[in-house]
Design a protein around this ligand. Structure first.
Ligand code: ADP
Ligand code: MG
Length: 398
């Protein structure tokens, strides 16, 4: 599916309205992970080079009341971006009004401006999140072309992506959205085989759609993490105190029926009697979990099995840590998979999911994975095979 991208735009002297995903994690006013800012740089730099006037906007967190605004201003993000671009970024602390309009009309080619958190518009009637037509139309009136580079929000139809696009004549995808479509879209539509998926994380219920869709597409689906135990219990195994969703046992059974031998489960586990890092660990096969134990990571046999399968694959999509990687003593499974992915030079390795991506980056594997998605929810919906409204609208306008 060829998308119109900023490569196809003639923007010299034009005002490019660019929806980016600067929904970065913050703690006490400090940005704790600037991945999303770094991933937006190629598009911003390309537009500057093409002599556009670049107007950036994004949401940050959820804002429902006036009080929620505290700590949700995009000002610190504009400052961080300015450092990364090594050029000034003018920040306008409003989402509409004369001050914003004047600031935009006085821009010169190559200037960069960013305005305030789009969700500040949610306080009065959820205008942003409910895609209020007046708001999308107003934002559209501020520029000449619209670029959507916010993959992380592409699964939502908000005023700042779908609404604004509806009122523009010229709309294109940014380079990050293009990259996400190439890798995640490529894996689900036309993967180089063997194509294996590794699914973990906390709950089966979060990933039903992903497991089901990938069972149709992938050659194997490897299951680890907290969701393993619901599948084990559905097979009649004792799982002790491990994470389980009892209301999903039938669903697990039907997924196993659908998947048959495509599904690969962990064979052994690292077990503990308490949910904490410093606690005695026992490694046991899946048929030997005791009533007072819980599984907090895959065991060494399973890791070897998973690593050997990764070696055969030409495409691997991974979503969800295979253990409680936040505890150092239960991070080996997740680390071992990252290690195996990192050493596959000819394999396309794709990581989706908020916690999985954060784990890979914080453990130092950012440059060793082909593509780490910037979208948590968006990457999951994309892997489920759903159309993302923020991406679909680009084709509809063109
Ligand atoms: P993602 O954000 O990548 O989609 P999830 O949100 O589904 O991943 O799951 C991440 C969480 O799953 C992590 O916080 C991790 O601690 C937890 N987890 C993984 N394995 C287990 C387990 N065996 N028991 C409990 N929690 C687990
Ligand atoms: Mg998560």
């Amino acid at each position: 599916m060829a998308k119109k991208t900023i490569r196809d735009l003639e923007v010299t002297g034009k005002t490019a309205l660019v929806r980016v995903d600067f929904n970065v994690p913050m703690k006490n006013g400090e940005i704790t992970d600037d991945n999303r800012i770094r991933q937006a740089l190629p598009t911003i730099n390309a537009l500057i080079e093409k002599n556009a006037k670049v107007v950036l906007f994004s949401h940050l967190g959820r804002v429902k009341t006036e009080e929620d605004k505290a700590g949700k201003s995009l000002k610190p993000v504009a400052e961080a971006l300015s450092e990364q671009l090594v050029r000034p970024v003018k920040f306008v602390g409003y989402t509409r009004g004369i001050e914003l309009e004047t600031a935009i009309t006085s821009m010169k080619a190559g200037d960069v401006l960013m305005f305030e958190n789009t969700r500040f518009e949610d306080i009065d009637g959820k205008k942003e999140s409910k895609n209020d037509p007046e708001l999308g139309k107003y934002w559209a009136s501020l520029g000449d072309v619209f670029v959507n580079d916010a993959f992380g929000t592409a699964h939502r139809a908000h005023a700042s992506n779908v609404g604004i696009a509806t009122h523009m004549d010229e709309v294109a995808a940014g380079l990050l959205v293009e990259k996400e479509i190439k890798f995640i879209g490529g894996a689900v539509s036309n993967p180089e085989r063997p194509f294996y998926a590794i699914l973990g994380g906390a709950k089966v219920s979060d990933k039903i759609g992903v497991i089901s869709n990938l069972l149709d597409i992938a050659d194997k689906v490897l299951i680890g993490g907290g969701m393993s135990y619901t599948f084990l219990k559905a097979q009649g195994y004792e799982i002790g105190k491990s994470l389980v969703e009892d209301d999903k046992l039938d669903l697990a059974k039907s997924l196993m029926e659908k998947g048959k031998d495509k599904l690969v489960f962990a064979e052994d586990f690292k077990l503990a009697k308490e949910f904490k890092n410093d606690t005695p660990i026992r490694i046991a096969d899946r048929d030997d979990i005791q009533k007072d134990e819980e599984g907090l990571d895959i065991g060494p046999k399973s890791l070897e099995l998973f690593q050997n399968l990764i070696k055969e694959a030409k495409t691997v999509v991974w979503n969800g840590p295979v253990g409680v990687f936040e505890f150092e003593n239960f991070a080996q499974g997740t680390l071992g998979i990252l290690e195996a992915l990192a050493s596959q030079k000819d394999t396309t390795t794709i990581l989706g999911g908020g916690d999985s991506a954060a784990a890979a980056i914080s453990l130092g594997y950012e440059d060793k994975i082909t593509h780490i998605s910037t979208g948590g929810g968006a990457s999951l919906e994309y892997l489920e095979g759903k159309e993302l409204p923020g991406i679909k609208i680009i084709d509809e306008i063109n």
